[in-house]
Design a protein. Structure first.
Length: 457
């Protein structure tokens, strides 16, 4: 403190301000330094916690070893095994279809109801029969058969092949004998010489004999020709007679079948397909219905690689990929065949038994292969893929003054086999690495991560 006298004589006490201001500035600087040091200390102690909250949190799991049972997957259309094909003989008009595709039928259940009309085949058979009968009558009275032959044939007494041969042989024998007699008579005529009465008489007798034998040859030849015509006509007539009898039987059969208006199922089973609707004309060459016999299996097949097929065995049970969709489903691998369209593939053939499966349904199947031991197995969620191939991310631990730091590291892999949850891999690993299976946000190789609280690392 010190005194100051003004121009009026007053005295004022003045404090030493300069020194006091200097002291206050020092205190403030000291306080700021202390606060800064405290903040740095806090940041140092809590930096790990603060940084961890900004990092992706990952779940990890050990790379393990063990067996995997890979599964082959595929899909194909269900087909009926040994179906029953219902046919309707003759052309008939469908009046009613009593079932629909997918219906279950018992033996004797009606499939179709037909109109009460003659079939086209029956009408054609009747016309054909009438034509044949007319031709038969014409051929019988064509003049190639004698009255005796006609009478005999109308009595149903047909010549046998042996009797025809015997008749022809007899007439040929007589003709041969007559021709030999003609030759002998000519020789005798030519042997007579001279012009005396005896010679003239002998020549006249020889010439008369020659004329008789020549007439005999001509007569027997005509008889033989007539016999041949008769035999030929009878053979043709007999063939037409047989054709008439067959046509009669056909007409009778069609008439009996034409009385049926109900087409029934001959077996118990399920309707797979129907070819006709009400009003349609049936065809004897078309399957009227296809029925899956009761209790019979469906067939499903699809193509796989031969490497996949190599680890499969016939008789192995398969499962539906959407098993929840079916209440009662069973499938079995029945055969492994070559794929005719791809020599490097194989066709797997399965039998499928399920009341809910219908022909034409697309069935997706899964069949297990043989179990194989692998050195490196990881969860399927640990495998990633980019334009460089498949890889996994493992966690590597690095020491720091403030504790451990965890960094994601990429390892390229080849997937050897897989099932629903894990995959066997080939990679450069030691076997005890931690592989990242899940993360709160995308993680790239080289990034620092924080472990899930339940991770035992």
């Amino acid at each position: 403190m010190y005194q100051i006298e003004d121009n009026k004589g007053y005295i004022t006490e003045v404090e030493e301000v300069s020194d006091k201001k200097k002291a206050t500035r020092k205190d403030r600087i000291k306080t700021a330094i202390i606060v800064f040091l405290v903040i740095m200390l806090i940041l140092t102690f809590f930096s790990n916690t603060i940084m961890n909250h900004s990092l992706s949190q990952v779940s990890v799991q050990y790379v393990t070893s063990g067996e995997i049972t890979p599964k082959v997957r595929g899909a194909g259309q269900a087909e009926v095994t040994n179906p029953y094909k219902l046919m309707i003989k003759g052309s008939r008009t469908v009046r009613l279809v009593n079932v629909k595709v997918g219906d279950t039928v018992a033996e004797g259940d009606m499939i179709y109801r037909l109109k009460k009309t003659s079939s086209t085949e029956l009408e054609e058979a009747k016309k054909n029969l009438a034509t044949l009968q007319t031709e038969y009558e014409k051929d019988m009275f064509s003049g190639n058969l004698s009255d005796a032959d006609i009478y005999r044939i109308r009595q149903g007494n047909w010549r046998t092949t042996d009797s025809m041969q015997s008749q022809l042989s007899g007439v040929n024998g007589r003709l041969t004998s007559a021709e030999a007699s003609v030759a002998a008579a000519k020789n005798k005529v030519n042997s007579i010489t001279g012009n005396g009465k005896k010679a003239q008489k002998a020549r006249a007798e020889a010439e008369a004999s020659l004329s008789q034998w020549e007439a005999a040859v001509e007569s027997i030849t005509a008889e033989r020709d007539k016999l041949i015509e008769s035999i030929s006509a009878e053979i043709d007539l007999h063939a037409k007679y047989d054709e008439i009898e067959e046509t009669k039987a056909q007409v009778e059969s069609l008439q009996k079948k034409d009385t049926r208006t109900k087409v029934k199922s001959p077996i118990a089973g399920r309707i797979v397909s129907l070819s006709y609707s009400a009003g349609d004309e049936t065809s004897p060459d078309t399957e009227a219905a296809v029925i899956q016999p009761e209790g019979s299996a469906m067939t499903v097949h699809f193509s796989v690689t031969k490497e996949q097929a190599a680890n499969l065995k016939t008789g192995t049970a398969a499962e539906a990929q959407n098993a929840w969709y079916y209440e009662d489903f069973s499938a079995r691998l029945e055969a492994i065949n070559r794929d005719p369209e791809n020599k490097d593939n194989r066709i797997l053939v399965f039998s499928v038994v399920c009341p809910e499966v219908e022909a034409g349904d697309n069935i997706a199947l899964t069949v297990p292969q043989n179990s194989v031991y692998y050195d490196y197995i990881v969860p399927n969620s640990a495998i990633h893929e980019d334009n460089q191939g498949k890889f996994i991310l493992i966690v590597e631990s690095k020491q720091s003054p403030l504790g451990n730091r965890y960094v994601a590291s990429r390892v390229n892999v080849d997937v050897l086999a897989s099932d629903e949850s894990v995959s066997a891999i080939s990679a450069i690993l030691l076997g005890y690495e931690y592989v990242i299976t899940n993360a709160t946000k995308p993680v790239s190789a080289g990034e620092q991560v924080r472990l899930a609280e339940d991770a035992d690392v």
